[in-house]
Design a protein around this ligand. Structure first.
Ligand code: NAP
Length: 320
């Protein structure tokens, strides 16, 4: 039990953040959760129902684009978990993601500086690691790899660009302000959802099962369970040896394999008839190293359990 410690989670109502809040409360932390509208019970009611929330969770109204709103939320905290960033497969308007990612991260770090916060754990992404067309094909993918901002810009991958540049920014500001920053770079995150509305990554699973697609490109999905991602964030603060960035990946599965596993466990749904072609993109697990993250997460939740728990949670919430 980490009794007495106080943590702030920026963007507390999100898919990943809700699990960070859950696990912090389980460990006895006092938690400041920032949300954009604490009165929106449909969006944030699940947080108020978490075990320990009544006694130890305070919700703060804050937007990462509003520095002043962040200052009271981080005040008095031992650590700040900055997870907030819009997530979508495609952004038409670059500013829809670049502004909250860049200005938002600067505001969070400046509020931390003002509040004399010494530890920040930042949620980056595999998106900040994977997208480099000039990487030699036999190179092992790990924390040493970065997405190429120029390539992201040219290919209008605004989310990839935002995650890459905001990760660099948080590290630079950490150095400038004397804040110890640990970065978690999760790949595609699945697992049980706690919030009432479906998030982008869980929607991928729903879209494989709800008859909306007749075929799917047979790409590799690099996967990790949301509960392990939350553990990694907390260990990123609690482990005194934690430092730098962590590529947070449990396994890599072809879309075809995912569909087969889902069909076996949940035969009643309507799946795409076929996966298009052979492997079109992505990385098989032989090309990936997750050695570093194993110091924070000792054992990953098996992928079948992740898939089953994702679907069960979507069923329970009437989202599938
Ligand atoms: P999510 O459920 O959509 O959560 C996104 C969060 O960002 C929400 O809490 C949202 O707040 C918050 N946010 C967006 N704009 C904001 C703003 N202007 N001010 C304050 N909060 C704002 O998605 P998620 O999957 O949990 O993603 C959380 C983080 O993980 C993101 O940084 C994402 O890039 C990263 N990530 C996700 C995945 C994945 O597969 N899911 C993989 C790698 C990295 P509201 O509740 O107010 O909307």
């Amino acid at each position: 039990m980490e009794g007495g410690k106080r943590a702030c989670v920026i963007g507390a109502g999100g898919f990943i953040a809700s699990w960070i809040v859950t696990k912090l409360l389980d460990r006895g932390y006092k938690v400041h959760g920032t949300v954009r509208d604490p009165d929106d019970n449909e969006k944030y009611g699940h947080l108020k129902k978490l075990p320990g929330a009544r006694e130890r969770l305070s919700l703060f109204r804050a937007d990462v684009l509003d520095y002043d709103s962040l200052v009271p939320a981080v005040r008095g905290c031992d650590v700040v978990f900055h997870t907030a960033c819009p997530v979508a497969l495609k952004f038409e308007d670059p500013d829809a993601v670049l502004k909250p990612a860049m200005d938002g991260t600067r505001n969070v770090m400046e509020a931390c500086h003002k509040g004399n916060i010494k530890h920040v754990v930042f949620t980056s992404s595999g998106a900040a690691i994977l997208f480099d067309p000039n990487r030699p094909p036999d190179q092992i993918i790990d924390e040493s790899c970065w997405s190429d901002p120029e390539f992201c810009r040219k290919s209008k991958n605004w989310y990839m660009l935002a995650k890459t540049e905001s990760e660099k920014l948080v590290c630079k500001l950490g150095d400038e302000f004397g804040i110890h920053v640990v970065v978690i770079c999760p790949v595609f995150v699945l697992g049980p959802i706690l919030q009432s509305k479906i998030n982008t990554s869980a929607a991928l699973v729903a879209n494989l099962m709800n008859g909306s697609k007749s075929s799917y490109p047979n790409t590799y999905y690099s996967l990790v369970d949301v509960r392990d991602v939350a553990e990694a964030h907390i260990a990123g603060y609690e482990d005194p040896n934690a430092s730098g960035r962590y590529y947070c990946i449990a396994c890599s599965k072809l879309c075809k394999e995912m569909i087969e596993t889902l069909k076996e466990k949940f035969p009643q749904y309507q799946y795409p008839h076929k996966c298009e072609g052979e492997i079109t993109e992505g990385n098989s697990f032989e090309k990936i190293s997750n050695k570093k993250i194993l110091s924070l997460v000792k054992e990953f939740i098996p992928y079948e359990k992740t898939l089953v728990d994702t679907v069960t949670s979507l069923q329970e919430k009437g989202l599938l």
